[in-house]
Ligand binder design. Structure first.
Ligand code: SF4
Length: 281
């Protein structure tokens, strides 16, 4: 099978940095905790768990040791609790997520009602919500009823949203007739490049694979986008999940992966797919 890998896929700098920080602390310390899974990838979480990383849901579960803040960041309230509990913090928040948090704080201080376009269940958005007063989270146009009737809005975006969705939402917000809108572009270029290179690849292949955690909303969105451009798109976590029947009659396969998909998962998948022989398979 001919296999083409998307020009940009797999770990982004923010995730790579968080993993490398985790590995460095685990080499030195025994009690290391991550508040929530370090990334939305079960294979990587299991690998780090074997190295000693304990994943917890709340600060209250930690008695002592070091808390790693993942690339999605944590709300100021959580950071305060960690400090109050006398725990050591290693902050692996991505610089772009930090920037988004700072912007939300500044907009709030300057009297803007902060609006974030994004998913209210995503940890990055939840951390931003904790950075300002009464942040409005708008996933799509059905959430616009949450906006105030007047006043000035400061609009930002979850870093991994698509530019198309952000601009559509800005248009919809502008139509509400606010006198003042301040928009700060908080989209991540790395995430945009992943979306764009996946779309380009979809058009060139018979079948498309999107690799990454099923629990990752960003990867699910990437797979939905790919499906629009190539109906033969499959979202899988790794090679073991592939039903070989779907390869029947296909000659060229495309592979992309989300920002939280480890290199070894991509490499193993590509190697096996390249070796796959349709006539014998
Ligand atoms: S996708 Fe972008 S913003 Fe998110 S962690 Fe990676 S580099 Fe940072």
């Amino acid at each position: 099978m001919k296999v083409i890998v998307a020009q940009k896929c797999g770990f982004c700098p923010g995730v790579r940095n968080a993993i490398s920080m985790a590995e460095k602390i685990l080499a030195k310390e025994r009690q290391v905790y991550s508040l929530g899974p370090i990334i939305h990838n079960k294979d990587m979480v299991e690998r780090l768990a074997k190295a000693g990383l304990k994943t917890v849901d709340s600060v209250e579960e930690i008695q002592s040791g070091t808390v790693l803040i993942r690339s999605h960041g944590a709300a100021p309230e959580q950071i305060a609790k960690i400090k109050k509990g006398g725990l050591h913090i290693v902050d692996a928040t991505c610089v772009l997520v930090k920037r988004l948090q700072q912007i939300a704080k500044q907009l709030d201080r300057a009297g803007y009602k902060v609006v974030i376009v994004g998913d209210e269940n995503h940890p990055e958005v939840q951390a931003v919500v904790g950075c300002a007063r009464d942040v409005v989270v708008a996933a799509d146009e059905s959430d616009l009823h949450k906006l105030p009737k007047n006043g000035k809005l400061g609009v930002v975006c979850q870093t991994t949203e698509s530019p198309q969705h952000f601009s559509k939402m800005l248009g919809a917000i502008a139509r509400q007739g606010f006198n003042e809108l301040k928009v700060i572009n908080t989209l991540c270029k790395e995430a945009i490049k992943r979306l764009e290179s996946a779309v380009q690849l979809c058009r060139r292949v018979d079948i498309m694979f999107v690799l990454g955690g099923l629990e990752s909303a960003n990867i699910r969105k990437l797979a939905e986008l790919c499906k629009k451009y190539n109906s033969q798109t499959f979202h899988l976590q790794n090679w073991n999940e592939l039903d070989k029947m779907v390869l029947s009659g296909k000659n060229v396969a495309g592979v992309t992966a989300g920002a939280s998909t480890p290199d070894w998962i991509i490499a193993e998948f590509v190697k096996n797919l390249e070796a796959f022989n349709n006539s014998s398979g």
